[in-house]
Design a protein around this ligand. Structure first.
Ligand SMILES: [Zn+2]
Length: 203
């Protein structure tokens, strides 16, 4: 399995192409469909996922999905937020297991940044959208955010294996990186550390 990161658009959104044999899963395609298609380079798209419905993660995706005849997976709570027509979406509810082509995906519902925010686990790779960044978490001061739920979601992610590779929605790390591991974040991410501390105290 191979993960390719494309940084697209004026907000530095990360689109991920996960490749296995001649198939791909595309996560958060937005802003530049030509670039995404170029990088797919003829791979068969087994599934498309949105980590959440904010506009910068779904921008300009509609013609791409229609052309591929693929419906994108999104958590039900973020369907309206995405502003996308329902007929190009495959909403699911909460934690889910999804199989597509040769891929087995585990979806962790991680609300907080938005109600329908999810993390997508494929093998040892976790795509966290705007829930978890290197050294940070997503904003929780937005209309559909909930700081308490974010804290619980971060606590939940901290229980994953430490060597889980994390790929986030923007390059917000110190050196502009978007990738990290659960182990590194458990050690140095103050938001995750505080979430763990609070839950251990039973808060
Ligand atoms: Zn967002």
């Amino acid at each position: 399995m191979e993960v390719k990161t494309l940084v697209l658009g004026p907000m530095g959104n990360c689109t991920y192409i996960v490749r296995q044999k001649s198939e791909a899963v595309v996560i958060d395609p937005s802003w530049d469909m030509n670039e995404i298609e170029k990088n797919l380079n003829g791979l068969k798209v087994a599934a498309v996922f949105f980590t959440h419905g904010h506009f910068d993660h779904v921008k300009d995706v509609e013609p791409f999905l229609r052309k591929l005849s693929v419906k994108a997976f999104i958590e039900e709570n973020d369907v309206v937020l995405s502003g996308l027509p329902r007929d190009i979406l495959q909403p699911f509810e909460g934690d889910s297991k999804i199989k597509a082509g040769g891929f087995d995906m585990e979806i962790l519902h991680t609300p907080g940044h938005s109600e329908g925010s999810v993390c997508i686990k494929i093998g040892n790779n976790l795509f966290t959208g705007d829930t978890l960044f290197p050294g940070a978490c997503g904003r929780v001061d937005l209309p559909h955010s909930n700081p308490r739920k974010m804290r619980h979601s971060l606590y939940r992610l901290s229980s994953l294996q430490e060597d889980t590779n994390v790929y986030s929605g923007h390059g917000y790390g110190d050196n502009g990186e978007a990738d990290t591991t659960i182990g590194k974040e458990k050690e140095s991410n103050i938001y995750m550390r505080n979430a763990v501390k609070d839950y251990k105290k039973g808060a």
